[in-house]
Design a binder for this molecule. Sequence first.
Ligand code: HEM
Length: 489
Amino acid sequence: MSSSPFHGDQILKASRENAPPLKEIPGGYGAPFFGAIKDRLDYFYNQGREEFFRHRMRKYDSTVFRVNMPPGPFVASNPKVIVLLDAASFPVLFDTSKVEKRDVLDGTYMPSLDYFGGHRVCAFLDPSEPKHTVLKQFVFSMLVSRHGEIVPLFRNCLSELFIVLEDELASKGKAYFNTLSDKMSFNFVFRLFCDKKPHDASIEAKGSKLFDSWLFFQLAPLMTLGLTKAFNFLEDILLHTFPLPPFLAKSHYQKLYKAFNENATSILDEAEGLGIRRDEACHNLVFVAGFNAYGGMKTTFPALIKWVASGGEKLHRQLANEIRSVVESEGGVTLTALDNMSLTKSVVYEVLRIEPPVPFQYGKAKCDMAVRSHDAAFEIKKGEMIFGYQPFAMRDPRVFDNPEEFVGHRFVGEGERLLKYVYWSNGRETDDPTAGNKQCPGKDLVVLLCRVMLVEIFLRYDTFDVDPGKLPLGSSATFKSLTKAPTSN
Ligand code: HEM
């Protein structure tokens, strides 16, 4: 391993300069039907997700290979993909002139449109479809018009969260962060998009759970609940073999739709101004709020807490020093202050690198093309499905030193040059989302919210300790202790 943090740049440049010959893509799909089932069982039960990829990467001595991705039969008609596991080949998935992003958000299957009121919402559209431009502009416009409210509103929501967290910790000796974080995220998203709390107070109490069940029904084919071995067969049949019937999630979705339709009047007026029908705008709004924003935060915030806790007291002291001194010199938690916190920024990028909240990306080859890994070039044919697994691409040892380690200061100073290899938003961290690409329009907002969360923690507390855990989607964090800052009340 190189001692320079920038050896990735040099290697990628060198591999671009010496064009390697085209190689046959190793791996395969096995017998029809049975090959897909075997790969699915390996992925969920026999090997587990990480070993599933690692084992094949070793076996084929390649970061690019062919395999079936779950769910396969009978949820997906064609599970065959070409996997990309390194930082050099992965970005082909961002090039929408080469890959088609139509209906590939969940991978090789498309959930029933009944989950979205019968509409193909923005995230399922390819940028070549005219509606993608209009709907993505709608998302940009709602973010721009609420720009000034984001930080104060989020700080407010975090204050409510920390009051409950402290109470739980005092009464029970521990506090499960995920449930509190989910409630906080729902309330933040709802208040941001609706400019107020919901009229119907029960939505505030239950909104996160309603979204959870709606998300579960769509994403069940990609999940394992981590039950004991005896239940594997049953789980595989129930979750991965046939799509769950959407009518089971209908009443939850209708409650959410009604709440947004009644409360988000100004956003829906804006949408009509852009020429989008009000009901289609509202179904898109529910998806953006529930799947994109709430669903993303559901995995991002617990991972942030988990990894920052793992940094220990030394990192916490450094973060607290930086945050408190910048807030004091800037006179508050302003956007400029947040931008001047280089360690805090780096820690957030490092969390998004080591545990990307959305680990999978898919795209269908629009034409015959050559895709390059560090060592070889591979021919991909038009129509083949390409799949990138972000956690491996962003732990590429040819780009990052000690890639498996959480290194809080990795992106400080000169380390910023490595940001172009941070892909969590479905694009490089150095690129911007546009109506013509598929990068997350909430990219800068997400990074900002993570920074604000760290700022709020270290203005209040000196250090904290959590028990980490694994969930069907993402990580969990249970607070075991919180040490208050001397000046915090
Ligand atoms: C922590 C929170 C978030 C995470 C982790 C996240 C992540 C992502 C990722 C990975 C994609 C690309 C999906 C793909 O095509 O493969 C995406 C797309 C998208 N995200 Fe986010 N996102 C978050 C928050 C938000 C927020 C707050 C908004 C809007 C307010 C948003 C709106 C969208 C939309 C509309 C798309 C589809 C973009 C397109 O079709 O061009 N996301 N997000």
